[in-house]
Design a protein around this ligand. Sequence first.
Ligand code: AMP
Length: 378
Amino acid sequence: MPGATIGLLGGGQLGRMLAHAGNRLGYRFVTLDPTPDSPCGQTAAQIIASYDDRDAARELAERSDVITYEFENVDADVAAMLEAESYVPQGSKLLYTTQHRLREKRAVEAAGATVAPYAEIVSLNSLQDAVAHLGLPAVLKTATGGYDGKGQWVLREATDLELAWNEASQAGTELVLEQFIKFDKEISVIAARSPSGEVRTFVPAENIHVNNILHLSIVPARVPLGVLAEAERLAVSIAETLGAVGLIAVEMFLTADGQLFVNELAPRPHNSGHYTMEACRTSQFEQHIRAICNLPLGDPSLLTPVVMVNVLGEHMEPLLAWMSKKDDAAEQLGVTPKVHLYGKAEAKHKRKMGHVNVLAPNVDAALEWVSQSPIWRV
Ligand code: AMP
């Protein structure tokens, strides 16, 4: 109950926004992160240590009533130790499943959802066999550790196989080959499940990536209503089948003929759910806190169309220049851009520094504001 302390493994922006939402409900936070003055450390008590430091993890357990995490690559030993010594309502099984693409795909299939046809790859020979079976183009992925397009090789021609195998086999993890899905749109659905089995979903977002990094989330996704409903139904089924507690984000590809393929799961708040902060009755961050603390889930209804735009390091200068002036274009278009910054000191190229939620009468007005804005020209 409020007054209790929530321990957060990871001190990035997701932790920061969880702490902001939880603070409002009266919870205290302590975060474990190797970086001093991390985004979450600015708003919570901080233990500065590496994620695989067992003593530091034990200290986190001692200081917390409940523990959660803001990234999925939590060291398996640390996760098991925390579970033994503290209360981790999400459990380590959900992490075990989502940390590994092959295990994740099997779990998604068990929930009755479809994934891109795939094969486990253990040798150049098995890669050649899989390509003969699945066809080209195809995507070779490391089973663990990949993010933002890292750990992936797109195979277009037969001559790409050997080079990709040579590089990928150095990664020291299992590999999986996926058929390339010629998708029309990428969408995501965030579901929350509480220990008592209550499940709620947020309205699906349509996601547009630039250089493998999320650029825009458009909500509601511009897809037929039947697809929105089916995407939410699949997310509920996945949350239930996995016995998830807390948030689970489900990324999907939508093809021209209306088929949905599940690409990836994330058992945590997701970048494509940042739009919920102002656009929903309950944000994804509050929902996660409610779920792990076994409070009744909040109403996730969408209050307004919205477009979320990520702010990367290269966007900081124009963003700050824009913030200091009155925005006539926003007024004319009837949109309200809400700025969120994560408190990161160094605006490195491609680093996620913040996001802007553009609340609008319709998504076209929000997209028009984004395209007129000086912030995302670079
Ligand atoms: P992931 O790390 O699995 O989320 O993949 C990163 C991005 O690569 C996705 O958002 C897609 O744009 C693209 N991608 C990954 N897998 C496939 C696939 N099987 N077919 C087509 N595009 C893919």
